[in-house]
Design a protein around this ligand. Sequence first.
Ligand code: SAH
Length: 397
Amino acid sequence: MSAALVPDIAAKPEQPAAANAGAIELLGLTRAEIAAKLIEAGETEKAAKMRANQLWHWIYYRGARDFSVMTTLAKDLRERLSQHFQVGRPGASKDLKSTDGTRKWLLKFADGEEAEAVHIPEEDRGALCVSSQVGCTLTCRFCHTGTMKLVRNLSPAEIVGQVMLARDCLEEWPSPKDGRMLSNIVMMGMGEPLYNFDNVSKALKIVMDNEGISISKRRITLSTAGVVPMIERCGAELDVNLAISLHAVRDDIRDVLVPLNKKYPIAELLAACAKYPGLSNARRITFEYVMLKGINDTPADARELVRLLQGIPAKVNLIPFNPWPGAPYECSSNNTINQFSEIVFNAGYSSPVRTPRGRDIMAACGQLKSASVKRSKADILREQAAKQAALEAEVQA
Ligand code: SAH
């Protein structure tokens, strides 16, 4: 936790171009929705489908944000498009780089709310940890994000926008076939993706589309604390890899660590996992298990974990607890973690101990938290009144 911050000033992402007032955002729309918007703006039905495909290519394959560079479109069309539409990005009010190369963006959305995205580079690839909500409703006891109140769900544009922004910063346009540093996506940022599934699903379908960003479903992992009724839909609709934040092997302990367990207890959760489509030894569910000193880390817990996972193609990620200010837990000792890992490994499951990444910039698992807080309706009205008064004062001056 002591390493110094290394702000990456040189590579600071551009702030989004000033929003074109009233312009319709194309990011996050399906091809059919883009075509429909084009028709509304005066394009013929026949041409709209083809134009939507061309726009798709420019937006998601080339990363273009400005219509003037879209040279396969006629000049007058480009001008008309820029009057009606825009292709934006989330703003980044902070861009921090850890001493280990991990990079964290504090994203600022159009309404001022904030969430975080984290890039975790490896030698020849890298994962982007994407947020699905501003804040989180789950209040897991060991998670920093859980101390925030949910402000709101992120829209498809705001979810896919995180990938676009990271691509901009990593200079990975046009979408490279090989050697990408943004090769994998993990839905493990702020929020519970299965509580914002419609928007997450729409965004991930865009990310997977072969003619655009083209990251395959095998390189995408969605992590859930266990929203059981949505697991089946996730498999049927997206078929991405699944990770489960398990963290305890007994309901009485998991009820405290992950309060969602009171609604969907361990047995129900594991039954839903066993039914996840396409499971095999080559495609396993990842069970995340945070190591908390004296809470969930005994050899008996490890043996019970092995018993519970029986019959499910599974691997276990042991995550040393990442501390945050005021956290009520401590990380288990290295010895305890290694012993736990060995028991799981000897039972035939891969059980790597995750090296924490980006702890110095509070970018590691469970350390994400933005300043967004839930505001009451009265607060919002007060803010609006203050803004209005300031505007009026300006006009009078
Ligand atoms: N809501 C989803 C997505 C968030 S993923 C889910 O719960 O899976 C974030 C991961 O980091 C989860 O596995 C979470 O349990 C884990 N985590 C949260 N706080 C942590 C901490 N302080 N140290 C280590 N891991 C933590």
